[in-house]
Each structure stands twice: as C-alpha cells, then as structure tokens.
Ligand binder design. Structure first.
Ligand code: BTN
Length: 246
C-alpha cells in the first residue's frame, strides 16, 4: 500500500484527486497526500478543516474484489490502522476507536475517515478511503473543542511521513485479515480490542427514537451490537444513527 504515491503541496481534496486518478487507471494501493486542502470534506457533508503544515490528509485508492455491501468494513480497517500507528509512534499511548471509525486520544477525536466508492452493477470499480489525522496541531477553532492532536497529547511534534508509513503498515496487516472474507473473526476481535465504546453505556440517536444500551462490539457487517434494557440486542448501522457515550 502506498508504493504508488502522489503528493501535493496544496489541493482541493485528496479524495477528489484519488477519484480522478482512479478514473485514469491508477493502480490499486495508490496513496494521495497533501500538505493542505481547500475543500477538505468530512462525513455527513461537513467540511474538514485542512490548514497547512500540521496534519495528515491522505486518501488510499483500492480496487477490492468484494461485494459493495462489504465495503463499509474498509473504513473500520483504516480506523484500526490509524489507532495502532499512533500507539506505536507515541510509544504506548492509548488511541482507540469510537464507533464507527473516529480515532480518539484521551477522549478527543484525533482522526476521521471518509470512504467513497464507485460501483458498476454489483461490482466495485474502486474505493477511496480518505483520512485526516491531527498530528502537530497546537490550536483548534472554537467549534472543534472535541478535537485533539498527537502534539497536544504528547507535548512535542511528530514526523508526519513516519506516521503515514506506519498507517500503511498496519493497514496492510488488517487488510489481509479483511480479505479472508469467509472468516472475519480475527479482524472483528482486533477492532473490538480498540473500541472505546465496548462494554460502555451508549445513547443511540435514530430519527424519531432515542435509547440507551450496552455496546457489546461489532458484527461481520461492522454494525454496532447494543443490548437494550429488555435484553434485546440491536444491530446499529452507521449510516442511520449516531451513538454517544452516556
Ligand atoms: C470525518 O468527518 O470524520 C471524516 C474526515 C475525513 C477527512 C479526510 S482528510 C483527507 C481526505 N480528503 C477529504 O476531503 N476528506 C478526507
């Protein structure tokens, strides 16, 4: 992964650039990075603040031979890779995952991933997994008070290139588990190990409904299993609801 590397000093969005490269037949595993983005995009149509010199903005292009319904797991795979990469670089800091794929450090968000996909019939043409990591950020805008960086957590700067290389190393490790589609149990065990919501009370917010329950971990589709007070276990799909700590 990342052996074909495209780097920008400045671009609109690495996801947009990765999609353009995909249409021009760029190879599987191409990684697009930029020092800053003018149109950085986050999940749920939000903007992703992308100033220069301090963060990682990267998008990985994949052409996996899987059914589109399994592609949502790829976002989780990147979250796992980023969490493990941060933990290795920081020497045992406890980065974890807030379901589905925010990476958190000391309870605050340090990284997010936006995955986009192009399909033809029931086949995937390509997937772009775009990740932002707050590395050396010292100050966030007021509205991002739930954000943190490696620098704020550790008190010193880190080399972004080193963290990107570690992310690719761990992505390869987890992607190999993901490719064993007949048995995802090892991948799911690793994800649940990193899941900060696990065995915690969570509040599930879905349109017109709100309840609390115990988060148990994820299933094969990456859905969060939540046990309600009446004992029923719900499977929560990330696109429909959000989950908060209680
Ligand atoms: C989120 O909302 O948590 C996802 C944020 C994803 C941001 C990254 S930065 C690199 C890539 N390019 C984009 O425009 N977005 C993703």
């Amino acid at each position: 992964m990342g052996k074909s590397l495209v780097c920008f000093a400045d671009t609109d969005s690495t996801n947009i650039q990765a999609k353009l490269l995909a249409e021009q037949n760029a190879p599987d595993g191409t990684l697009v990075c930029s020092d800053q983005q003018t149109k950085g995009r986050g999940r749920r149509g939000r903007a992703w603040d992308s100033p220069p010199g301090e963060a990682i903005y990267m998008s990985l292009l994949l052409r996996p031979d899987i059914h589109p319904e399994h592609a949502s797991m790829l976002t989780l795979v990147m979250g796992m890779a980023v969490a493990d990469a941060i933990n290795e670089l920081m020497g045992g800091e406890s980065a974890g995952i807030k379901w589905p794929n925010d990476v958190v450090l000391k309870g605050k968000k340090v990284s997010g991933t936006l995955t986009e996909m192009s399909t033809e019939m029931d086949c995937i043409h390509y997937v772009v997994i775009g990740t932002g990591i707050n590395v050396n950020t010292q100050k966030f805008p007021k509205e991002l008070d739930q954000a943190t960086s490696l620098r704020l957590a550790a008190g010193h700067n880190f080399r972004r290139a080193e963290l990107i290389a570690l992310c690719m190393k761990y992505f390869e490790k987890y992607y190999a588990l993901f490719e064993r589609t007949e048995d995802l149990s090892l991948l799911i065990d690793e994800y649940n190990r990193l899941l900060v919501n696990r065995n915690r009370e969570v509040r599930v917010l879905e349109p017109g409904n709100e309840y609390t329950g115990l988060a148990l971990g994820i299933n094969n589709q990456g859905e969060l299993l939540v046990r309600r007070e009446n004992g029923r276990v719900d499977e929560i799909y990330a696109g429909e609801v959000s989950v908060r700590g209680v």
